[in-house]
Write a protein that binds this ligand. Sequence first.
Ligand code: NAD
Length: 280
Amino acid sequence: MAKLIDGKMISQQIKDELKAKVATLKEEGKDICLAVIQVGNDPASTVYVGNKKKACEYIGIKSLAFELPEETTEEELIGIIDKLNNDNDVDGILVQLPVPKHINEDTIIKSISPKKDVDGFHPASVGALSIGQHGFVSCTPAGVIQLLKRSNIEIAGKECVVIGRSNIVGKPMSMMLLRENGTVTVCHSKTKDLKDVCKRADILVVAIGKPKMIDESYVKDGAVVIDVGIHRDENNKLCGDVDFESVEKKASYITPVPGGVGPMTIAMLMNNCVEAGINK
Ligand code: NAD
């Protein structure tokens, strides 16, 4: 039976460490500030933005909320981002995605200063990660690395297989595992013999977006299985891309859904904000 990797507990640890750091910075006269911009009122985005504000409050980070109407133009949004880029009191800028269809997401991501790009989505941040330079890294895969490290799971020299090649999870995940000296294979929708490739993995990171797709037949005995997926099943219960009941019998470690990778994303966002403030 696999051991559970407790993302709820580890994310709380990280938030408490950050809280202490922010308190020390405050004593030195340094306040950390995150600007969160939401365009329109997509209900899921409203929940995510609310959770980010709550985490800021807990840690002692000041949060500035920009709740813009759906019909905000690209130019208006860029204008606001530009002001925040030049505001010395603002350390991090986050535009909640997706933005409405009439706004080009890539243009918006590029308009955020890489120095304040706490989501780690700017091409300069992605480039820095790929050539081993300092920069902000995408929060969900950064959270996975923390889950592994804080569970004392060695990455160096291990066969790491990532399923999924999205810009926010799969690709940065593979770069981060490589940075930790893993031997990394990236699988995607066109991969042949997916099962055979997955069965080589000592560490299997699953970010496909397909509920419970990965069962024990994809998993080597004793593998570490990290489930990034998040869905509602037919009974409206949260589940991941991994069939937990099947895989937990075979894996050595496994992340649950909920309570695995999910809570790590915000913790790592908070970490990026604190770093932005320190390195200003
Ligand atoms: P995405 O849809 O952008 O990418 C999915 C990837 O899976 C693609 O690269 C695709 O090639 C690959 N894929 C699809 N079908 C496949 C198949 N049959 N075999 C092999 N590969 C296949 O999704 P994403 O944004 O990377 O998110 C993945 C999952 O993680 C989703 O369930 C999402 O909700 C979840 N997610 C969770 C968090 C979190 O904080 N926990 C953050 C981001 C995403």
